[in-house]
Design a protein around this ligand. Structure first.
Ligand code: SAM
Length: 301
């Protein structure tokens, strides 16, 4: 079957045929410009050996393109009211299965195993923007399940994911994403490519999952908290930002000492640090703040 749905007339016809009311609360913005799903499928580099995990198939627009180039598509959709619509739009696309539910609540290894699929799979999605970060962070925590994630996000979010140290858009999202994946901006997408039009511009980003974390550190959660603290108050020096984030239990003096030990200016701002520096800094701070744990452990041994 050839994809046909990425068209304003066909989309409106399908919605009317099923009396379907678009739900803004679910981030429902359907693609109506064929060049966009074509571009997404091409960027994902799909072939007959690939299984795609699609998030939010909606009325099936992107799904048609994925089904036409991949071996299999497993699509997770929260809105059960779309059931008759998808049954209609995916008629003839025989390699698609729909899983009804919230992507944030899925046990993905179990879902794939239950479908007889061996990871890694490719994630492809025009994401619901209200939960972009929780979806991507949840998936990247299990990055080994995926070879790549090709996703439509708000343009600004795409820029933040791909940003380098020192740039205005570099922040906690950049560090978190780049810890497990290599991001690349693929294309910009204007609001008029969707029905209804979102208020913001969009971008397609491809994230290639790394074989393992980009950097090694003693404690991932601690490093994550250090980088979060660094960007919570961007205008402060890093030492002040770290001391001001109480869950870390770090004093300004300790933070300055750790920065000096790394050969960095103790008045540096967090936005200057790359991933390797965040890892090294968090290791020093971890040792400073958890020295007693180690002593306790050694005593109990
Ligand atoms: N893929 C379609 C397209 O490109 O035209 C629709 C994309 S639309 C931006 C996002 C889709 O995600 C909607 O169909 C929405 O119902 C679905 N969705 C929203 N929250 C979800 C969740 N928590 N889990 C799964 N799907 C969700």
């Amino acid at each position: 079957m050839k994809p046909y749905l990425a068209d304003p007339g066909k989309t409106k016809e399908l919605l009317a045929r099923h009396d379907f009311l678009i739900k803004k609360g679910y981030g429902q913005n359907f693609l109506i410009d064929p060049s966009v799903p074509e571009g997404i499928a091409a960027a994902a580099g799909l072939g007959p050996d690939d299984t795609v995990l699609e998030i939010g198939p909606g009325i099936g627009t992107l799904t048609q393109y994925l089904a036409a180039s991949a071996g299999r598509v497993i699509a997770v959709e929260i809105d059960r009211k779309l059931e008759p619509v998808l049954a209609d739009s995916l008629k003839g696309f025989d390699n698609v299965s729909i899983v009804w539910g919230d992507i944030l609540k899925q046990d993905i290894p179990a879902l794939l195993a239950g479908s007889g699929v061996t990871p890694p799979v490719k994630v492809v999605a025009n994401l619901p923007y209200y939960i972009t970060s929780p979806i991507l962070m949840g998936l990247l925590k299990q990055a080994r399940l995926f070879s790549s994630l090709t996703v439509m996000v708000q343009a600004e979010v795409g820029e933040r994911m791909a940003a380098a140290p020192g740039s205005k858009t570099y922040g906690y999202l950049s560090v978190s994403v780049q810890y497990s994946a290599r991001p690349r901006l693929v294309m910009s997408v204007p609001p008029h490519a969707f029905l209804p039009q979102p208020k913001v511009s969009s971008a397609v980003v491809r994230l290639d999952a790394l074989d393992g974390p980009a950097v090694r550190c003693r404690n991932e959660n601690f490093m994550s908290a250090v980088s979060k603290a660094a960007f919570l108050q961007r205008r402060k020096t890093l030492a002040n930002a770290l001391a001001g984030y109480h869950p870390l239990g770090v004093t300004r003096e300790q933070a300055e000492e750790a920065l000096t030990a790394l050969g960095l200016d103790p008045r540096i701002r967090g936005e200057r640090l790359g991933l390797a520096e965040f890892a090294a800094l968090s290791d020093i701070l971890w040792d400073m703040t958890h020295a007693n744990d180690q002593e306790q452990k050694e005593i109990s041994l």
